[in-house]
Design a protein around this ligand. Structure first.
Ligand code: SF4
Length: 204
């Protein structure tokens, strides 16, 4: 583990997060599965990391009810409401600051809302490429440079970053996916907040 990741892990712990550090995506998946109790309902936020891990398929095969608007057949509003009430909510973070804060940008809001209020436990899996040396400004820059362009392109959005790979907020229109920014300094009161830091890059 490099020095920055070690520092961030220590800072996250100091801030009250439950932190695990692993080398590979396979180890992250095993760690996540070990923390999810039999019978729990599982909510999932839009996350390429969670998709790449194959966690949802594994949880469904084990009998969990998984509420994920990317795969659940129900109406999105119903999925979001049930995901918010699940025992555990799976997501990633768009960026993690050196001081141990999680930063997320959302276009619809269901993900950042559920990470802040609702589920008793939030379980995030975060690739080390999402760690930034600085604070909120560096985190937002990282998200707009590295996370939004591939996400907007994948979703077929009509945004400058999807077309050119670069953010141009001044001319970003109705498809803008940067509508709400949240920074979590510490787990919210009464919330168990797990961060699995993965040395190998995963997600955007
Ligand atoms: S503000 Fe618009 S162009 Fe910039 S990263 Fe967000 S979606 Fe892309």
């Amino acid at each position: 583990m490099n020095e920055l990741m070690q520092t961030v892990a220590e800072n996250l712990k100091r801030n009250g997060f439950e932190v695990y550090t692993v080398a590979t995506a396979d180890e992250a998946k095993a760690q996540a599965l070990s923390l999810i109790q039999p019978g729990w309902n599982v909510g999932v936020g839009g996350s390429m990391t969670i998709r790449q891990l194959g966690l949802v398929e594994e949880l469904e095969a084990a009998g969990h009810k998984v509420w994920w608007h990317w795969t659940s057949p129900e109406e999105k509003s119903i999925v979001w409401e049930n995901a918010r009430k699940a025992e555990v909510y799976l997501a990633s973070a768009n960026a993690v600051t050196r001081a141990g804060q999680l930063v997320n940008i959302d276009g619809t809001g269901n993900r950042v809302a559920s990470m802040i209020h609702g589920p008793a436990m939030v379980l995030t899996v975060v690739g080390s490429q999402k760690i930034v040396e600085g604070g909120l400004t560096a985190a937002i820059a990282r998200i707009k440079q590295a996370a939004c362009p591939p996400n907007a392109s994948r979703l077929g959005l009509d945004t400058p970053c999807a077309k050119t790979g670069k953010c141009n907020e001044a001319i970003c229109g109705d498809d803008c996916m940067c509508r709400a920014i949240s920074m979590t300094n510490r787990p919210l009161r009464g919330q168990r907040y797990v961060v699995i830091l993965v040395e190998e890059p995963i997600g955007y």
